[in-house]
Design a protein around this ligand. Structure first.
Ligand SMILES: [Zn+2]
Length: 100
């Protein structure tokens, strides 16, 4: 990794690919440095700003849709999975007990 350039660890194309993997898009036009906040839009058309590492390394996504540990819950994971390809891969969780 080139530490002399002003790019963060992810290129804009990678940020866009990440956002698409969550059913959304990245609205920023420059990758910026690691601490740069980017503008994203989720599948529900909420727009929010976040640093890429918070989303990618922290596992967070749209603060309006996604659960937070302070949130009231319960959350409709099936509804979220319909719009979020990453969640859709794992939700609903497979029934390992064999009972319906
Ligand atoms: Zn949202």
């Amino acid at each position: 990794m080139n530490s002399e350039n002003q790019n963060g660890p992810w290129t804009l194309a990678e940020l866009q690919a990440f956002a698409e993997s969550r059913g959304g898009s990245c609205l920023s036009s420059e990758a910026g440095i690691e601490s740069t906040s980017h503008r994203f839009r989720c599948a529900e058309a909420h727009e929010f700003e976040a640093q890429a590492f918070v989303l990618i390394r922290g596992g967070f996504w749209c603060p309006h849709c996604q659960p937070s540990i302070d949130g009231p819950g319960p959350w409709d994971w099936n509804a979220l999975a319909k719009k979020d390809p990453t969640l859709a891969r794992f939700e609903p969780a497979p029934n390992k007990t064999g009972t319906p």
